[in-house]
Design a protein around this ligand. Sequence first.
Ligand SMILES: [Zn+2]
Length: 328
Amino acid sequence: MYKNMITYCSNCDDLVEFDVKDEEIKDEYKGQKIVFRFQVGRCKKCKSEVSTDNNYNFLKAYKRIEAYEKAMGLITIDDISELLNKYDLGKESLSDIAGFGKITIKRYFEGFLPAREYSAILYNILNDEKIFMKYVEANKVKLKDVTYRKIMTRYERLNEIGSSKIDQISNYLITHLEEVTPLALEKLLFFSNGVNYALNGSRLIDEDSQAWAHGPVYPCVYNKYKKYGYKPIDDGIYSTHGCLVSKLSEEEMKAIDLVIKTFGLYSPKTMEKISHSQIPWIEKRNGYSEEEAGNDIIDENSVKQYYIENKLNSEENIMNYILDCVKS
Ligand SMILES: [Zn+2]
């Protein structure tokens, strides 16, 4: 995206071409040593750091402060935003629940740094829904009835998603991509399970998938979301803390992230085309005409073999593989 773009280099005192590289930056902020990663712009001529766009310095400052907060054990604004979203709370309600002064959370968003002790409370609430509910019960008198009822509904929904691994994976996919339709979700689940074989050697999804006319389907997920038809599923809850990802290992999340960055870029129809070029699905459609319903169980060993043989374990390999599928 930066190809052939130019920027000003103060060292060369000229407009120059530049490269962008993910670099580890060691720095100091308010007397605290910090380390963070940043997409650094470098002048092609003299290698000095250059701004790659108008937001460059702001973004870098933001990353520095975030690294400082992490180094000090302080909760970051991103994590507080995630907390508000996870429990569907306003800033004042969260202040009440955590037992802080009413405007405390609001002030963090204005740039005040949370104390370590307050950070610890917020992290506990973010990471553990049961701890959250303890705080809710303890500070119930401060909450309006309508807020309390809303919290209970949210808590139920969190537990619902959190209770099964395939629901956690579905929720992760829905909330990390835009506009995931039921058709797309089925494909993304199948690809995730396959990529996990290629990346980690193990099965990701315990449920069996079936070879339906429009590609592989996990019937339990299909039944849950069929009401959306061709519309995007909109009941996901974004959070990578606590019960929403508790059944997923870090390695498994890497496999799902890899699917999001590759297969996830394509339309549902293209995903369908890709799935129709995969042997594990094709071999179970033998004897069926194109549009004919079928529910033969797809062979997991065949999936494992196919994804490992096609080396679908890196961004580059998968993108090349997709281009091959789409071409044919
Ligand atoms: Zn230069």
